[in-house]
Write a protein that binds this ligand. Structure first.
Ligand code: IFM
Length: 487
C-alpha cells in the first residue's frame, strides 16, 4: 500500500542516516507555536515577549486582540483534552514551541523552574499518548528586553540564544530528541517589519522580500540567526547529547509571470538568493550565494558578515532540514522602481489563493526535488504545511466542512509522496495547524486548524480535514473526492 511504502522509503538508510534514527517511523504530525496557542501570558512568572508588547500595549492586531487567552493551551485540563484529540487523529509527532520568556523571563537568566516543570509535564503527557515531541526553541516570541536591545540585529543575540539553548538541552534532553532551533527567520523579519511600520503609522502589506532599504538589516539578521543556530548545535554536540537538530525554513519557489521581462527574472533570482539560497547554501555548501554578496557589495551594505561565518554554519552539519511550505512567491520588478535592486512579491489573479498564497502542490514537489538535487538529498522534515481560506471554517450544525483545506492537504501529501518516490529523503510531515489559533497581526480571523476553536467558549470541533488526515495517516488511499460536502 502507498503509505506503507512511504514509511519504508522514509526509513531507508543512506549516507546521512546515521544522524537520524533509521528505525523511527515516518512522523505524521501537526504543529503549533507557544504564543499562538498558550494564553496565560502572565502565569508562572512568565516574562513579556515582543508579542505581548505589540498586541497588548499597542493593539497592533486590532482593539482587544491579545494572546492572553488564545486557545488556553497552557492549561493542563485543556491540553489533555487536546492530546486526546491528537491521539484520535493518529498523530505520532507533535511540533510545538516553548516560550523563551517563560524559561528565562528576562531573556538571559535566571531560569524559571515553573516553566521548566510545565513543559516537562506537557511533554510527558504527550509521550504517554504515544506522541513524540518535536520541540521548537524559538517561534518568534523574543523576550521583550532582548527585543528592545536590538533582537536578532544585535550580534549579541548569538550568545543570548546559545545560552537559552543550553538551558533547554540541559532540562529536556532526557525527554526530547528532536529540536527545531528557530522558526522561519525570513517571515519573522517581514512580520516584525510590518509591526514596526504599523507602530510608526506606515500602512501597507507584509513584504516577505526585503526591499533595498531593509536589505542590510535583513542579511545581518539572517547571519546572526544562522550563527546562533550553529552555536547551539556546537553546544549540543560538545555536551554529548543525542538527538537531531534543525531549523524550520520557510522556502518559497520564486516564480514569474509568462510575460516576465529580464528585469523581472533577475528580481526573482535575487529573491530566491535572499530567501532560499542564503540559508541553504550556507548550511549545505558553507558559503553565502555569490549573487547576493555581490549585490551587497554593489550597494555598499553594512551586513557585519565576517570571513568564516558561512563556513561555521556549514560545519555545524544540522541533522535534518525543516521545511515550511505554503505557496510559491510570484516576483516582479515594479515598473516605477528606481533603486538598483527592487523585487516585489505579488499574488496573480487566481481563484485558488489561500491566505498564504496560490495553492500549488506542484511547486511543493519541485521544491523537494530541488533540495534533493542541489543540496545532496539531506533528511527533510516538513515542519509546516497547511492553508487557510477566507469564508471557510463555518460551524454549521456542529460540523465544519473545510473543503478547501482538505483538498489542499490531500494534494500536498500526494505531491510529497511523489517526490519521495523519486528519492527525496522526507522523514516527517506536520500540518499547520492542529487548531485554529492566533495568527499574529491577523488576529483570530485567519483560521488554519484541523480542529475548529470557538474562541469565546474554547469548544473544540474536529473539522472534515481532521477526519481525512486521520484516514491518510492510517494508510488509506484518499483522493480529493473525500473533500466534498455532506459525506
Ligand atoms: O501561523 C503561522 C506560523 O506561526 C508560521 N508559519 C506560517 C503560519 C501560517 O501563516
Amino acid at each position: 500500500m502507498k503509505t506503507r511504502s512511504l514509511v519504508a522509503l522514509a526509513a531507508e538508510p543512506d549516507a546521512m542516516a546515521g544522524l537520524v534514527q533509521a528505525s523511527r517511523p515516518f512522523r505524521w504530525g501537526a504543529a503549533s507555536a507557544a504564543y499562538q496557542v498558550e494564553g496565560s501570558t502572565t502565569a508562572d512568572n512568565k516574562g513579556r515577549s515582543i508579542w505581548d508588547v505589540y498586541l497588548d500595549d499597542h493593539s497592533l492586531a486590532g482593539p482587544g486582540v491579545s494572546g492572553a487567552v488564545a486557545i488556553n493551551f497552557y492549561d493542563r485540563d485543556q491540553y489533555l483534552e487536546d492530546i486526546a484529540l491528537f491521539k484520535a487523529l493518529g498523530l505520532n509527532s507533535y511540533r510545538f514551541s516553548i516560550s523563551w520568556p517563560r524559561i528565562l523571563p528576562d531573556g538571559q537568566g535566571p531560569v524559571n523552574p515553573k516553566a521548566i516543570a510545565h513543559y516537562r509535564r506537557f511533554i510527558t503527557d504527550l509521550k504517554a499518548a504515544g506522541i513524540e515531541p518535536m520541540l521548537t526553541l524559538y517561534h518568534w516570541d523574543m523576550p521583550a528586553q532582548l527585543a528592545a536591545a536590538g533582537g536578532w540585529s544585535d550580534p549579541k543575540s548569538i550568545d543570548w540564544f546559545q545560552r537559552y539553548a543550553q538551558v533547554v538541552f540541559a532540562n529536556f534532553s532526557d525527554l526530547v530528541d528532536t529540536y527545531v532551533l528557530i522558526n522561519e527567520p525570513t517571515v519573522e523579519r517581514a512580520t516584525k517589519q510590518l509591526a514596526e511600520d504599523r507602530l510608526n503609522g506606515v500602512s501597507g502589506d507584509m513584504q516577505i522580500i526585503p526591499d533595498q532599504a531593509h536589505l542590510a538589516d535583513a542579511l545581518k539578521t539572517f547571519n546572526h540567526i544562522l550563527l546562533a543556530s550553529a552555536a547551539a548545535k556546537e553546544s549540543f554536540s560538545r555536551q554529548g547529547y543525542a538527538g537531531q537538530i534543525g531549523l524550520a525554513l520557510p522556502l518559497f519557489p520564486t516564480l514569474t509571470s509568462d510575460d516576465a521581462s529580464e528585469a523581472d527574472k533577475q528580481a526573482a533570482l535575487l529573491a530566491d538568493g535572499i530567501l532560499n539560497r542564503w540559508f541553504l547554501d550556507a548550511m549545505y555548501h558553507g558559503a553565502y550565494p555569490e549573487d547576493v554578496l555581490e549585490l551587497a557589495r554593489k550597494l555598499d551594505l553594512d551586513t557585519g558578515i565576517e570571513e568564516g561565518d558561512a563556513a561555521r554554519i556549514g560545519a555545524a552539519r544540522f541533522d535534518y532540514l525543516g521545511i515550511n511550505y505554503y505557496a510559491p512567491l510570484f516576483v516582479r520588478r515594479p515598473a516605477q522602481a528606481s533603486t538598483i535592486y527592487a523585487a516585489q512579491m505579488y499574488v496573480p489573479d487566481t481563484s485558488n489563493a489561500a491566505f498564504n498564497g496560490p495553492v500549488r502542490p506542484d511547486q511543493f514537489k519541485a521544491l523537494l526535488e530541488r533540495i534533493r538535487l542541489d543540496y545532496g538529498n539531506p533528511p527533510v522534515v516538513i515542519t509546516e504545511n497547511g492553508a487557510g481560506f477566507p469564508d471557510e471554517d463555518q460551524l454549521v450544525d456542529g460540523k465544519v466542512e473545510d473543503l478547501r483545506r482538505c483538498d489542499y492537504l490531500v494534494t500536498h501529501i500526494e505531491a510529497m509522496k511523489s517526490a519521495m518516490a523519486d528519492g527525496a529523503d522526507v522523514r516527517g510531515y506536520h500540518v499547520w495547524s492542529s487548531h485554529d489559533n492566533l495568527e499574529w497581526l491577523s488576529g483570530y480571523g485567519s483560521r488554519f486548524g484541523m480542529i475548529h476553536v470557538d474562541f469565546d467558549t474554547q469548544k473544540r470541533t474536529p473539522k472534515l480535514s481532521f477526519q481525512v488526515y486521520a484516514r491518510m495517516i492510517k494508510g488509506e488511499t484518499v483522493d480529493t473526492s473525500a473533500c466534498s460536502t455532506g459525506r
